[in-house]
Design a protein around this ligand. Structure first.
Ligand code: ADP
Ligand code: ASP
Ligand code: MG
Length: 404
């Protein structure tokens, strides 16, 4: 008998038919004799709908109240699934994040989990229940409800699996695994049987939303056995695990696309020690996650610097940058939301050369201009015009022969 954590995403619990399908899947696992903890997301697009609802009454709602509102989506799901399981003849009990013992830091809307005390979950399991935990939420040190950032139910599942020393964490979703690229954008993308934690971490942080990146970070740190699979069909999924030697034979494992970035360019920035530190200190104090940073060569004591931020952080970035820009740059600041980041990822890049050349040539041959470049040991990312992102992904998928 194993302890299994199963997570079902929004599209897998979108309506009563889906809820019943999930209940049957959970019931099957329970009847096989396993202990089952289920983590669920809000039904369908309800988190988006709640965000839109908030904006109708306030264009910049307070984050504490946003968390109070958004957490209700998952709370509906846990109760409905518990009822559906009951109807299947399976004893189940639902718990909010707080009831399941999930504690977070103070940061509203993208809180970090600081600890899990799953005593009630263990007690309920010991009494023979399936325990259904609300994804995406926890309790902060003020005893206020916090949420873990978009896609955060993945993190709830992995963190519960780690805290409870579960044998397996299964992420059920609307695709049957992790593909070489988003199969909705690249139709000939191929399902991967196995991906290393590091590759999955890069793919997820670079835009492959099939897993939330922090959940992968957690899985790697605590060595959680992680699997992504379909909630709609019974097919083998993708295993995410520690790398083994022959994984390096494949140079590029996948392509990721991120259309939710914005580029900020500080024009004629004073080229003096401490200027960059000043700008980024203000951004950090406002918990804005800066991603790619590029600084041009300095000419006559000034330079241009560009960086990217998540589009959702752009309003706050504008406020921060607009207040200090006159002190640090002569020609002001430009904001560009019409960009996307396209990346190739693979641990094989460590031991193969010519990868950047193949990438840049494929883009050039298709008349796609590169605005920014960033590399690490196992990825190359470029910022390009947003409306060329899908074409770029297909072109790179073909250039690295990922469909073969
Ligand atoms: P859930 O609601 O189950 O959390 P998400 O919408 O967050 O599901 O994630 C699943 C989606 O991720 C898929 O429908 C797919 O379009 C997208 N996706 C992006 N990149 C990939 C990839 N490399 N492999 C599989 N799916 C991907
Ligand atoms: N419901 C939340 C969201 O839409 C969390 C999740 O689905 O993982 O982001
Ligand atoms: Mg998701």
């Amino acid at each position: 008998m194993a302890l299994i954590v199963q997570k079902y995403g929004g599209s897998s619990v979108a309506d009563p038919v889906c809820m019943k399908r999930v209940a049957q899947r959970v019931a099957e696992t329970k009847r096989e004799g396993h202990s089952v903890v289920v983590v669920v997301s809000a039904m369908g697009k309800s988190t988006d709908q709640l965000i839109a609802l908030a904006r109708q009454v306030n264009s910049t709602p307070r984050e504490r109240e946003m968390d109070m509102l958004l957490a209700t989506g998952e709370q509906i799901s846990i109760a409905i699934l518990a009822m559906a399981l009951d109807a299947e003849g399976i004893q189940a009990v639902s718990m909010t994040g707080a009831q399941a013992g999930i504690r977070t830091d103070h940061v509203h809307t993208k809180a970090k989990i600081t600890g899990i005390e799953p005593r009630r979950v263990h007690e309920a399991l010991d009494k023979g229940n399936v325990v259904i935990v609300a994804g995406f939420q926890g309790l902060n040190p003020n005893n206020d409800i916090s949420t873990l950032g978009r896609g955060g139910s993945d993190l709830t599942a992995v963190a519960m699996a780690a805290a409870m020393n579960a044998d397996l964490c299964q992420i059920f979703t609307d695709v049957d695994g992790v593909y070489t690229c988003d199969p909705r954008i690249v139709p000939d993308a191929k399902k991967l049987d196995v991906v290393s934690y590091d590759e999955m971490l890069e793919l997820a942080s670079l835009g492959a939303k099939v897993l939330q990146s922090r959940s992968v970070e957690f899985a790697k740190k605590y060595n959680v056995n992680l699997e992504v699979l379909s909630s709609f069909e019974k097919l083998p999924g993708t295993i995410i695990r520690e790398e083994v030697k022959d994984m390096e034979d494949i140079v590029v494992r996948g392509v990721a696309i991120d259309k939710n970035q914005a580029k900020v360019t500080l024009q004629s920035l004073k080229d003096a020690p401490g200027v960059a530190a000043r700008v980024f200190q203000h951004l950090a104090e406002n918990t804005i996650n800066v991603d790619m940073i590029v600084q041009n060569v300095s000419e006559q004591g000034v330079t241009d610097m560009s960086f990217t931020v998540p589009q959702t952080d752009l309003p706050r970035t504008r406020t921060v940058v607009d207040t200090i820009i006159h002190e640090v740059a002569n020609r002001g600041v430009k904001y560009d939301e019409d960009i996307a980041k396209v990346s190739i990822v693979g641990i094989g890049m460590r031991s193969h050369s010519g990868v950047a050349h193949t990438m840049f040539k494929a883009l050039a041959d298709n008349n796609i201009n590169i605005e920014m470049i960033a590399t690490s040991e196992i990825k190359v990312s470029v910022v390009i015009e947003k409306n060329k992102a899908d074409t770029a992904a297909r072109v790179l998928h073909a250039a690295f022969k990922l469909a073969e």
